[in-house]
Design a protein. Structure first.
Length: 383
């Protein structure tokens, strides 16, 4: 029995910052951000969008196309959690009107959280083939105004339905993992923004990729040239580009060409949206699916990295007719609909979003009708 990704939903907030504007405001050469970092734009979440609302909006993209009563598991991976105790998934479950007998919880290991959820879901569906699982990654990457990491921020969510006989990507057995207790990037409980050792984090990311990709190939006998595309967690596009360059070194020209072209297709959405932490790898997958032509059974490799740190490499096979289950026009419209912020507007929104809104004060959203948003708290209960 094949188990894998049957549906993919995507959401990103309705505002963005242009990297050229940001570079001018920070007295940097725009090419540092556009070429050196590889980013064009980044989505910005105001106070009314958070991990919960974005996760609901991403899942709504496909919810009316699935058998809701068959969903037995709902997992949310996030590092932008809204509560230290109650799971983000419970708010989402309620908004989506999923059955009461669903098992639901939140997982955390930095950007690895969504992959952890997918692996749990894959194994769950193998044991319960008549049930499906929804796995959501939903995050706002915040480093702070005028920090080195500012150019690598973003906001958004990816939601996936994992089921038997999937229509998009069948997940292969096996994976290679690597973990170490290190301090490259983290967010202490008393901080709304991440703490990061930027240069070190880049080195560790590459090291974990090399270790897991090498171990995976050794373990499975699969060669680099067998992959149609290699996908990476994309904190910023240049990071994945560096990993891909390492992977294709010493490959024949044909392999280099298709792995480079498919990397470009996979990076297209991330370049516009920025880092969405847990969902970043899966935004790359969506971007590849919607911007490349992939033959049935094409082998796709996925590298997941969560600071702290946990790395994992696994693979999947493209299912024939996968295009029919995508929402390409709607996804591209979602990115194109965003309004550009001036740098002072972005700074104001950013600083406001760091503060907890006053209790019993209803927040208003300028999102399109039908989009869920966080409306503040009433007697400390989220609305
Ligand atoms: N034209 C073209 N390129 C230029 C340039 C110009 N005018 N000026 C500089 N560059 C290039 C530099 O040569 C450099 O390229 P290389 O990486 O190939 O050497 C690149 O632009 C970036 O320059 P710097 O390294 O000097 O940039 P920086 O010191 O300002 O910081 C950063 C970059 C470390 C990525 C920082 O943005 C940061 O800390 N980001 C957050 C941390 C992060 O994303 N780490 C990734 C791994 S951790 C992870 O993946 C988990 C996660 O999601 C956070």
């Amino acid at each position: 029995m094949q188990v894998g990704i049957d549906q993919i939903g995507f959401y990103t907030p309705n505002k963005y910052v242009d990297m050229v504007d940001l570079a001018h405001a920070r007295n940097e050469d725009p090419n540092k951000f556009l070429i050196g970092i590889g980013q064009n734009k980044m989505s910005v979440a105001d106070q009314t969008q958070d991990a919960v609302s974005m996760g609901i909006n991403a899942t709504l993209r496909y919810l009316d196309q699935i058998a809701r009563e068959r969903v037995g598991l709902l997992i949310v991976g996030t590092e932008s959690s809204v509560d230290q105790s109650k799971s983000a998934s419970l708010f989402i479950k309620s908004a989506l009107a999923l059955p009461a007998n669903v098992r639901t919880f939140e997982v955390k290991e930095a950007c690895f959280g969504m992959t952890a959820g997918i692996m749990i879901a894959r194994d769950y569906v193998r044991l319960h083939p008549h049930h499906s699982a929804i796995v959501i990654g939903s995050d706002i990457a915040r480093y702070g105004v005028n920090t080195g990491g500012e150019v690598t921020q973003g906001a958004g969510s990816i939601s996936m339905l994992i089921k038997a006989d999937p229509q998009i990507l069948a997940i292969n057995n096996g994976h290679s993992s690597h973990s170490e207790d290190i301090n490259d990037f983290w967010r202490p409980n008393d901080s709304a923004v991440a703490v990061v050792d930027g240069k070190y984090s880049k080195n560790v990311y590459l090291d974990f990729f090399k270790q897991t990709f090498t171990a995976y190939r050794k373990q499975t006998g699969i060669k680099t040239s067998d992959f149609t595309a290699l996908l990476y967690h994309l904190p910023f596009v240049k990071m994945g580009f560096k990993a891909n360059e390492w992977a294709i070194t010493a490959q024949d020209e044909k392999t280099k060409k298709h792995l480079t072209e498919n990397f470009t297709a996979a990076a297209r959405y991330g370049k516009e949206v920025g880092n969405i932490y847990t969902a970043s790898l899966y935004l790359s997958l969506l971007s590849l699916l919607e911007n490349a032509k992939l033959p049935a059974n094409a082998k796709i490799g996925l590298f997941s990295y969560g600071s702290g740190a946990m790395g994992e490499f696994y693979s999947g096979q493209i299912v024939k007719g996968y295009e029919k289950n995508l929402h390409t026009n709607a996804d591209q419209k979602m990115i194109a609909r965003r309004q550009k912020l001036t740098i002072p507007e972005y700074e104001k929104i950013f600083n406001q979003a760091l503060e907890s809104p006053q209790d019993n004060l209803e927040l208003q959203s300028d999102e399109q009708t039908g989009t869920w948003y966080f409306a503040g708290t009433k007697n400390r209960i989220r609305q």
